[in-house]
Design a binder for this molecule. Structure first.
Ligand SMILES: *Cc1c(COP(=O)(O)O)cnc(C)c1O
Length: 385
């Protein structure tokens, strides 16, 4: 399906709402019925019609249709956060006694679910270095029902061979989930590589303006229906109509934003790689990146995130650099219009800071929509302090 068609037309029945270009925000909790039998049918299959907005809502449906098509998937479910999307997708595929194999260092709240919540219900997790597919094979036990992936990781950009892991999992009847937040469906298509559930934090590139928190999962209609009928409605964290509307608006400009971010990223990367105060820059489409070939094979492009490993030998120097930036703000998250920085040492106390450990000297930079010269000038004046 043509990308322009998906973003501008698909799912939008404009004649239903006065031919308005922008879709209505159907801000209603419930929908009325004239006939008892119609109400009865709505109870039987809540996914098939409009009954109650914790389940299905017309504004949210437009978004679901577009997001599913973007991923080349049969269906999509949209949540109030990426974390809720992770929670529902994982919970739907485990029961007491089951085992998960996860790539190591997944997103914080995925790891908290595996380490804190699931063990209370008898579900265990083994973490593996995902750069070698054989590590997944070795960790699988007869109880394994789920393989959890994140490719690339949003700090180290470590990548898993998605097609290889998917094929291994299929041969064992194991479900695969990949967190595709870094690439978005524009730069990586996990479903086409055989992954069962593709997941992303829509807070990042889909929203794109740092004003909405949301998450999305895509997959087969059967998988989405199973999750809808249980976890989606039971957790009750489906996206609200206004936030869905913001994401539809974000989708309109997604290709233009990603294109500009990508273009600027290469210029900033070049500047940083040649800077005397920078030891290394981690970025999956940099030819020096250890998994560059695999990145090129399974990703169309790379996005605005990179990690600087500073040469500075004290925590104070890294703190001074970050606090000297005048335009690039210090904040969590990414994917918005604004460039952001976040130093690893924010979570490391002075007495625990070890300059010998490169990960302690990591500073993650997200390149937004500002011009490259504007960003480079800001970085330069901060380095010079
Ligand atoms: C932000 C993020 C999430 C969580 O999404 P929220 O919308 O913040 O709940 C999950 N995975 C990755 C890789 C992220 O960057």
């Amino acid at each position: 399906m043509d990308l322009s068609y998906i973003l501008n037309e698909l799912g939008e029945e404009r004649s239903d709402y006065y031919n308005a270009i922008a879709p209505p925000i159907m801000q209603t909790s419930n929908f009325a019925f004239r006939r008892v039998d119609d109400l009865g049918r709505a109870f039987e299959d809540e996914m098939a019609g409009y009954l109650y907005s914790r389940g299905i809502n017309p504004t949210v449906d437009i978004l679901r249709t577009k997001l599913a098509a973007l991923d080349g998937a049969e269906d999509a479910l949209v949540f109030n956060s990426g974390a809720a999307a992770i929670f529902a997708a994982v919970l739907a595929n485990v029961k007491a006694g089951d085992h998960i194999v996860s790539v190591h260092h997944p997103y914080t709240w995925a790891q908290r679910m595996f380490d804190v919540i699931l063990p209370r219900f008898g579900v265990t997790t083994t973490y593996v270095d995902g750069t070698d597919t054989a590590n997944f094979e070795a960790a699988i036990t007869p109880a394994t029902t789920l393989i959890y992936l994140e490719s690339p990781n949003s700090w180290s950009y470590a990548i898993q061979d998605l097609a290889a892991v998917a094929s291994l999992a299929r041969s064992r009847g194991i479900v695969t989930i990949v967190d595709n937040s870094y690439c978005s469906p524009l730069y990586q298509q996990p479903i086409a590589m055989g992954i069962d559930i593709s997941l992303q934090s829509a807070t990042k590139y889909i929203g794109g303006h740092s004003d909405t928190v949301a998450g999305v999962i895509t997959g087969t209609r059967a998988m989405m229906k199973r999750i809808f009928d249980s976890e989606y409605n039971n957790i009750g964290s489906g996206i609200q109509p206004f936030n869905a509307w913001l994401l539809i608006r974000g989708l309109r400009t997604l290709p233009a934003r990603l294109e500009q971010v990508t273009r600027t990223t290469y210029k900033v990367l070049e500047y940083l790689k040649n800077h005397p105060k920078v030891e290394r820059v981690l970025f999956p489409f940099d030819p020096e990146f250890p998994q560059y070939e695999l990145a090129r094979k399974q990703m169309k492009e790379a996005c605005g995130l990179m990690t600087i490993i500073c040469k500075e030998s004290t925590r104070a120097e890294i703190v001074r650099f970050c606090e000297s930036l005048q335009h690039i703000m210090m904040a969590v998250s990414w994917g918005g219009h604004e460039s952001l920085i976040i130093p690893r040492c924010a979570a490391i106390k002075e007495e625990h800071f070890r300059p010998a450990k490169p990960e302690h000297r990591m500073v993650r930079l997200y390149v937004g929509l500002e011009s490259p010269d504007y960003l480079i000038a800001d970085l330069e004046q901060a380095f010079s302090r």
